[in-house]
Unconditional design. Sequence first.
Length: 162
Amino acid sequence: MSNGVVKLPRIQETIEIKASRDRVWEIISDLDNEPEYWWGTQKVKTLSKNGNVIKREIYQKFGGRAIVQKVILKPRDEIEIQYLEGITQGVKYLRLDSANEETQQLAVKWDVHFLGIYRLVSPLIVRHVRQGTKDALQRIKGVSEGRTIKKLEEPVKKSSAR
């Protein structure tokens, strides 16, 4: 820890997807629909776009404060997401590699750290981010392969009256 920053271990997850490179790229590069796959993201607001460089704010389901990002699209290969302002700083990469024409490898690598009070619970956040990444990759795989994803429903409250 230096300057009040706890550097997290890098998180890297990969999944094999039975779909064309174009199909997978179409899904992961549709930044406005990111909350459909990354359920920790509540909403996305594009601030500016200059070619393949997008500046945006995302709002997480916890905390509700804006996180400013710079997204760099490297068509059909990689998405680099730089965390510029907010509780998260660092970078996340989504890298697409072809095993063959109909089989893709999608890798996600996080190299981030958290600021403020969040640095105290970094081990919990790491587990949460790792599981969220695995889940997002499964949803991306499912849609790429032609399946639909189901949103989690709000838990039903049990009645106390019997």
